[in-house]
Design a protein around this ligand. Sequence first.
Ligand SMILES: [Zn+2]
Length: 203
Amino acid sequence: MIEMGTLVSEVRVPGGYAKAFEMKKSQFLTIIDVEGQQVGDFVAFSKSDLKEKLSPVHTRTSLLKVKISMGDILRSNYRNPMFKIVADAVGCHDILLAMCDEQRYLVDYGVKDHRSCLANFEEVLRTYGISREQIPDPFNTFQHTKIKADGSLLQLPGLSQPGDCIVFQALMDVIGAVSACPMDLNPIGGNKISDLIIKINER
Ligand SMILES: [Zn+2]
């Protein structure tokens, strides 16, 4: 594990809910999977221009791959470097799939009024003047999406063990949010919803 210096803040994200936070350039964000196999959807905005957002599609284009790993630079929709992955105990995250929203549960599972990552982000980002329409595609930490040889995808339980974490270093001042995904209708969360912890450190 790298030296991350002193703890600036620590927040527990209750399973099925989200928390937002601010972090400065060069600070470290640690997302800890408390019980294991809990997907944590992650979105971020440039603090100086909310139109600039962490972008999975621009990151995939920059890296020319569909998986993220240690040392990778995550890009914004303006193609600027936004985060660097500086530690990763799991090595299995998703940068392909959309976050869950009310329609995902209704259309695909016939369930009305289910909690969702999109509604969670809307709830916690409102205070920063960010609306639902501004929320970008997520980085799905601890989510296990297998790509089969024919190009089709399988949604599998995550590979994270209790206490596993991933650490991002911010490369600009950001407003971010993490949602402990409330999906309980497919196996991505290991058939339970559990808490995440987010920590911000600085050297
Ligand atoms: Zn979700």
